[in-house]
Design a protein around this ligand. Structure first.
Ligand code: 86X
Length: 489
């Protein structure tokens, strides 16, 4: 019996709801949101996390979208071993440079030591390219385009943050080989555009496409492109990368082919990746002090139906109206919360905490007027909708929530973006947790001055969408590139 008294055992108290505020204590707020909304759980290994179904579903939506898009480009999925012999991993020196402290090793099995230790893949270039060198013989074997959805391990020493920086994470890594530089260059951008769409269309996160500076690019690459965004705590974050590897790996792994002109040539390669970090970025950007907000397009359950009744005699009528709706609205994968012993208010809070985009409330009065109350998670707005209109109204509202989340994020980013033409301005802007649009002369020494003076802030990328630039804030000489600067993860 769902009376008020009984329901009070489930009043959303401080133990259940979010107690930290996004605006004052962002990291505590984030920790509470992801735990209390059951997106993540901790494991006994520091930096390793359990991705719970609510979060894994977001990943599945991303996988589905990416699969669709990359398969259209001719990419196939495959799976390569997780264990990489040391000799293979170290074949391309530039690749491993700087990364070796992060590699985790398997050194023994049972009681016997292995002859050669095996790396747990931190990324799969080496193990894939050894195979590519055997598979690619002629121009007829090209292009070769493979992708893996897999896990990787990087033994980070920075403090771990669920989704953003974990020692094991899930991603996709695409690895392609072409006969010509032109084809390879085109793909770098095609992939970057797909990544931007994943963020902008699915996750409702605005991103900046651009090129990494020489010092920030992947050491094994000729050049690295990235998409970056800016979070409400004043930090920039890399969302995904797409690299042109040129012929660096094909030369060290001897991946060559006999071309139509009977000449032996090295292939041109790319690699590109997007990880479960995207889930953390989504939660950080959209969620609020009531809990998670999941963008409708990646929410498994688009809505929750909550029966409202306070007297036993109303129960059957209300429940059967709810069940009818539950069946009618099947396409939205609704949750019917007909649990007894919880008040409607408690249920509202609970589903808001979990970030379900829409809530439908139905009580005896609503039934009388053939309507239901629709409440949206993002703005908390409520409206009465005729039952006959629900099927039409719900998709409209979901789309509206999706675009509202994007607009809200875009506004936060815009309102926190400033220009800086001097070091003083730059340092002040970083102190104020801003994203900075500036110019850069192109010198690495100026890039390090910026880092040293501005609390470790760095150039996120050189955006393709150019902004007006003044002189380089570090040397006051003429700037050559527009750059985005922020403190970052
Ligand atoms: C760089 C490069 C690249 C495929 C991507 O960014 C997208 C998907 N790979 C990854 N990188 C490393 O090469 C690397 C290597 C070792 Cl040995 C390591 F321990 C950590 C690494 N981290 C990143």
């Amino acid at each position: 019996m769902a009376t008020k008294e009984k329901g009070s055992i489930g009043t959303a108290g401080s133990d259940i709801g979010i107690t930290a505020k996004k605006e004052n204590n962002f990291s505590e707020w984030y920790t509470q949101v992801i735990s209390k909304s059951e997106l993540i759980d901790y494991s006994s290994v520091s930096g390793s996390y359990i991705i719970k179904p609510a979060a894994f579903n977001i990943w599945e939506s991303i996988q589905q979208y990416l699969n669709l898009r990359i398969k259209k480009l001719g990419v196939s999925n495959a799976y390569f071993p997780m264990l990489i012999p040391e000799s293979l991993l170290k074949k391309e020196a530039k690749h491993i440079a700087g990364f070796s402290p992060e590699v985790a090793w398997v050194t023994e099995a049972g009681n016997s030591k292995l002859n050669e230790r095996l790396a747990i893949r931190p990324t799969s270039e080496t193990i894939m390219y050894e195979a590519y060198s055997r598979w690619i013989r002629s121009y007829k074997d090209l292009p070769l385009k493979l992708n893996q959805f897999n896990n990787v391990v990087r033994w980070e020493f920075n403090n771990p943050i669920p989704f953003l920086r974990s020692r094991e994470f899930l991603w996709q890594e695409g690895h392609t080989a072409f006969a010509t530089k032109e084809e390879a260059d085109k793909e770098v951008i095609d992939i970057l555009n797909i990544y931007a769409e994943v963020y902008e269309k699915l996750l409702a996160i605005p991103v900046f496409k651009g090129k990494k500076t020489e010092s920030e690019k992947f050491a094994g690459a000729d050049y690295t492109t990235s998409i970056e965004t800016f979070l409400p705590n004043g930090k920039g974050i890399q969302c995904a990368t797409s690299h042109s590897l040129g012929q660096n790996f094909s030369k060290s792994f001897n991946i060559n082919f006999l071309d139509k002109d009977e000449k032996t040539k090295y292939v041109w390669q790319n690699s590109w990746g997007l990880s479960t970090r995207s889930i953390g970025i989504t939660i950080m950007q959209h969620s609020d002090n009531k809990g998670a907000i999941i963008p409708p397009r990646v929410a498994k359950n688009k809505l929750v139906i909550i029966p409202i009744y306070f007297e036993e005699k109303e129960k059957n009528k209300v429940l059967s109206a709810c069940k009818k709706l539950f069946i009618q609205l099947e396409e939205f994968n609704p949750i019917l919360d007909d649990r007894e012993g919880y008040t409607p208010g408690w249920k509202f809070n609970n589903w808001e905490l979990k970030g379900i985009p829409l809530r439908i409330e139905i009580g005896p009065k609503d039934i009388k007027s053939s309507q239901a109350i629709l409440a949206r998670r993002d703005t908390q707005e409520k409206q009465a909708v005729k039952l006959s209109q629900l099927k039409k109204k719900i998709p409209e509202l979901l789309e509206n929530i999706q675009s509202n989340l994007y607009k809200k994020a875009a506004k936060i980013i815009k309102d926190n973006t400033v220009e800086a033409s001097s070091l003083n301005q730059l340092v002040k802007a970083i102190k104020d947790k801003k994203l900075i649009k500036a110019g850069w002369c192109g010198k690495e020494s100026c890039e390090s001055i910026i880092k040293d003076k501005a609390e470790g802030a760095k150039i996120l990328n050189i955006p393709f969408k150019k902004h007006k630039i003044s002189d380089c804030p570090a040397c006051n000489k003429k700037a050559l590139h527009p750059v985005l600067i922020a403190k970052s993860y």
